[in-house]
Design a protein around this ligand. Structure first.
Ligand code: NAD
Length: 307
């Protein structure tokens, strides 16, 4: 296959000063993209400002012969999101790719999690996604082209201890992605999710000595493909961890139809309700929600199984 390149494409990557975002920025720039390296240089918990990380990545890209500009605005506010997108338009006159990757972590058990820690994490991850997507989406639709990658996590798919804020944000990303994929479908705009796993500073405090190789550079090609013109999917989720690349998706069991239910009948039939044989996997695009409703109604009309 010929090398997949990004010549003439302009990419905004949030949280690109370190870790995974940096790897995405270096890869896209090496393949010809002009990159807005967004990063306010926050601490792992989201405090402080340091223009160093974004500027350093821009220097790395420039010294390898690529083109990039630093943006130190925060995704956590509508104004910051707007400024990040405007930076692409001001410097390069267009916007083809948006990778929302910025992230922070504030761990606490659910019993103790403060409202401040809950809101601050949502501000960067989930509201941050909206703050950049909202100004970017009309620009992409107007141009009839766009590639959007939002960042979820296995914590969003499966949950984890001490991360109620983070898990909520990462699951919320899936809802946002589905809608962007649906509304962008007729406009040449695709939106997908990456659920990455890599040893970065987010692994601080974990013993990673027995982990297999899992640097950010193992994830970057997956995001690179999702950001490329040839990306053939939308409204989907790819997982990439320690060299394994897979698709995650939502599924539901065919379930059981009865014209009426009692609590006791739910109890009696819970195994059949949960039987995964013939499970439904209904992609968001083109019509997951409508397919769900149609199939459910069909079952009611037939008085039973649609298997
Ligand atoms: P990282 O801490 O190395 O990088 C995150 C970057 O986001 C930092 O450079 C930080 O300054 C930046 N950032 C923080 N607040 C910001 C803000 N308000 N605006 C813009 N940028 C901001 O972490 P990472 O591991 O590279 O994580 C990247 C993304 O991948 C995050 O969304 C994270 O939740 C997600 N993720 C990572 C893993 C993993 O295994 N590393 C697993 C699942 C999901």
């Amino acid at each position: 296959m010929a090398e997949l390149r990004f010549d003439e494409r302009v990419a905004v990557i949030t949280g690109a000063g370190r870790g995974l975002g940096r790897a995405y920025a270096l890869l896209l720039a090496a393949r010809g993209a002009k990159v807005v390296v967004n990063d306010p240089g926050a601490s792992l918990k989201g405090d402080g400002v340091d223009s160093g990380p974004a500027q350093e990545v821009v220097r790395e890209i420039a010294s390898a012969g690529g083109r990039a500009v630093a943006s130190t605005a925060s995704v956590a506010t509508p104004e910051g999101g707007k400024a990040i997108i405007q930076s692409a338009l001001d410097h390069y006159g267009r916007l083809d790719i948006l990778i929302h990757n910025a992230g922070i972590v504030r761990r606490a058990p659910l019993k103790q999690m403060s409202y401040e820690d809950f809101e601050t994490v949502l501000d960067v991850h989930l509201r941050g996604a909206f703050h950049v997507l909202r100004p970017a989406f009309p620009v992409m639709c107007e141009a009839g082209y766009g590639r959007i990658v939002l960042t979820s996590s296995v914590s969003g798919l499966y949950g984890n201890h001490n991360v109620a804020n983070y898990a909520v944000a990462k699951t919320g990303m899936i809802g946002l992605c589905n809608v962007a994929a649906l509304e962008g479908a007729a406009e040449g705009v695709k939106c997908n999710i990456i659920a990455p796993g890599a040893v970065t500073r987010m692994a601080e405090g974990l013993d990673t000595s027995a982990y297999p190789p899992m640097g950010p550079e193992l994830v970057a090609p997956v995001v690179g493909w999702l950001a490329h013109e040839s990306c053939s999917i939308t409204g989907e989720m790819l997982v990439s961890m320690a060299g394994r690349v897979a698709k995650a998706y939502v599924a539901e069991t065919p379930g059981l139809y009865r014209p009426s239910w009692t609590i006791e009948q739910v109890a009696e039939h819970i195994q059949a309700i949960g039987d995964i044989e013939g499970a439904w996997a209904l992609p968001a695009v083109p019509s997951g929600q409508a397919d769900h409703i149609r199939r459910s109604f069909e079952m009611a009309r037939r008085g039973g199984s649609t298997r």
